[in-house]
Structure formats: C-alpha cells, structure tokens
Design a protein around this ligand. Structure first.
Ligand code: ZN
Length: 273
C-alpha cells in the first residue's frame, strides 16, 4: 500500500495522564504513520471535528478515567452524524474486559489493553485500512437492467402504443407521490418499461419534458445493497443526486447517479424489498 496512514490519537474526558497516548503516538510514527495528537481533555465533538478536518484514516481513543462507555459511543454517534463513520476507530487504556464487547457493538473496531505492543496495534490498523481501501475501490455491483423509464405527457395516449401495437404485457399503474409521477408498467423479457407522467409542475418529469421533450428519461439497474453501492460510487468521485436512497415504486429503494458523472444518461439504482 502506497498511502501513508493518518492517525489521530485522542484523549477524551477528564483524566490528565497522557504518557500512554504519547508513547502510542510516537510508536505509530516509528511504524511510518502520520500521527496527530489532540492533547488532553477533548470532547467527543472536538475529536470528531479534528478527525474530519485532518482527514484521518483512523482515530485512536485513549482513556484512563473510566468514562469510556459514555465517551466512545458518543464519538461513534458524532462520526455517523457527520457521515465520517468510514474512519476506523480503535480504543485503548484501562478498560475492563466486560466493557469490551459493549464498545465493539458500538463500532469501536478493537480495544487494546495495557501490554499490547505497538507492532500489534500498527498491524491491526494497516490490515483494516488496506481491507477498507480494497473494498471501496471495487466497482458498484449492478445485477441487470431492471427497467427503462420513458417520460410522456399523457399516459392514456401512449399506453395503447406499447400495449396494442407493440404487444407488450401491461402490468398496471401506480402513483409515486414522492417523485411526483404516475407510472404505467410494461414487461418484456424480464425487463420493465415504465411510462412516466408528471403529477404536477414540480415533478422532475414535468421539468424533463419542458427541457428535452418526451422520450427516454432514465435507465435503471437492479442492485443488491444500494447503500453499499452508493458508498462505492462516492469513493470513485461519482456524483449522486441524493445523499441517501429513497422510496421508489413497489416498495423499492432507489437512488440516481448525476448525469454529469454518467455521460448524460440518468442512471437509477434500485434495490428490491
Ligand atoms: Zn425508475
């Protein structure tokens, strides 16, 4: 791996002893990592802000005061709220065995108790960051074309063309209020054709027709875990139209790739319920 791993060593809470934290910080530097140390008595909010600002790969929380069960989960919560929960978080200090599983349930990847060697900690960080990078650089896994969306001004005018002239199987109609559309569904060879009519002038379909006229609107791929595909795409600097997947027709979860990232084709990913 070529990337230099950046680590934030942080001291949450009120205890005033940082000899252990400083030893770890220096030890990880000796292992070739870039290490930033927060200093004593940091709040979870300060730690998370520093981690994001410094764009670290890993946060090492060190604590002796016994307040780990409150402070560590708080750090994890704030990371999630700031969409920074891809940062690896490990903990160390005086932490009783019975608290370790509780902390791991809250997303702390590992707890290192006194006596652990720096080498062990460094190896753990390296292995995890490498795995994460490998995982994130995988392509999005799309299974098949699920449907093709076609923008139309008036469903009643267009339905007979697909139904009676082309002879496609007509599956019925559904309104998707969230999208401001009424959809007529057809099926051909396991792929759906969706005719999309705007319900009102705020509908993206209304705007599409105003700008480009009727015609093909989007191409939809079926995926298994849309949230994971979103994060893989983001890692590849692909722009998405939503931060999070939303509800589509038939109880699906859907999200769109911004056409500027997909050579002008609006691409939808959809996960079946
Ligand atoms: Zn669609």
């Amino acid at each position: 791996m070529n990337k230099t791993i950046r680590v934030l060593i942080a001291k949450p809470g009120l205890d005033g002893h940082d000899r252990g934290a400083l030893v770890i910080a220096q030890g990880l530097r000796d292992e070739g990592m870039e290490v930033i140390y927060t200093g004593l008595r940091q709040t979870p909010a300060q730690i998370v802000a520093t981690a994001i600002q410094e764009d670290v790969d890993c946060i090492g929380l060190s604590i002796l005061s016994g307040a780990h069960n409150e402070l560590f989960p708080e750090v994890m919560k704030l990371l999630k709220e700031n969409q920074a929960d891809d940062i690896l978080v490990i903990g160390g200090g005086v932490i009783p065995d019975e608290d370790i599983s509780f902390l791991k349930e809250h997303g702390i990847a590992e707890i290192f108790t006194p006596g652990t060697s720096i080498k062990e900690i460094a190896d753990f960080i390296r292995t995890n960051i490498e795995e994460k990078i490998n995982k994130q650089s995988r392509p999005a896994s799309v299974n098949k074309i699920d449907h093709i969306g076609i923008a139309v001004k008036n469903l009643d005018n267009v339905i007979p063309f697909y139904k009676d002239i082309l002879g496609l199987t007509y599956l019925g109609m559904e309104e998707v209020k969230d999208e401001g559309v009424k959809i007529a569904f057809f099926e051909i060879g396991g792929i759906r054709i969706e005719l999309l009519e705007a319900l009102h002038q705020e509908s993206p379909i209304y705007k599409h027709i105003e700008k480009r006229g009727e015609g093909i609107h989007h191409l939809a791929f079926e995926v298994e875990n849309i949230t994971e595909q979103f994060s893989r795409l983001r890692q590849r600097q692909i722009s998405l139209l939503q931060d999070h997947p939303k509800n589509g027709a038939h109880g699906t979860k859907v999200g769109f790739i911004h056409p500027k990232s997909s050579y002008k084709v609006l691409i939808e990913l959809c996960e079946k319920s």
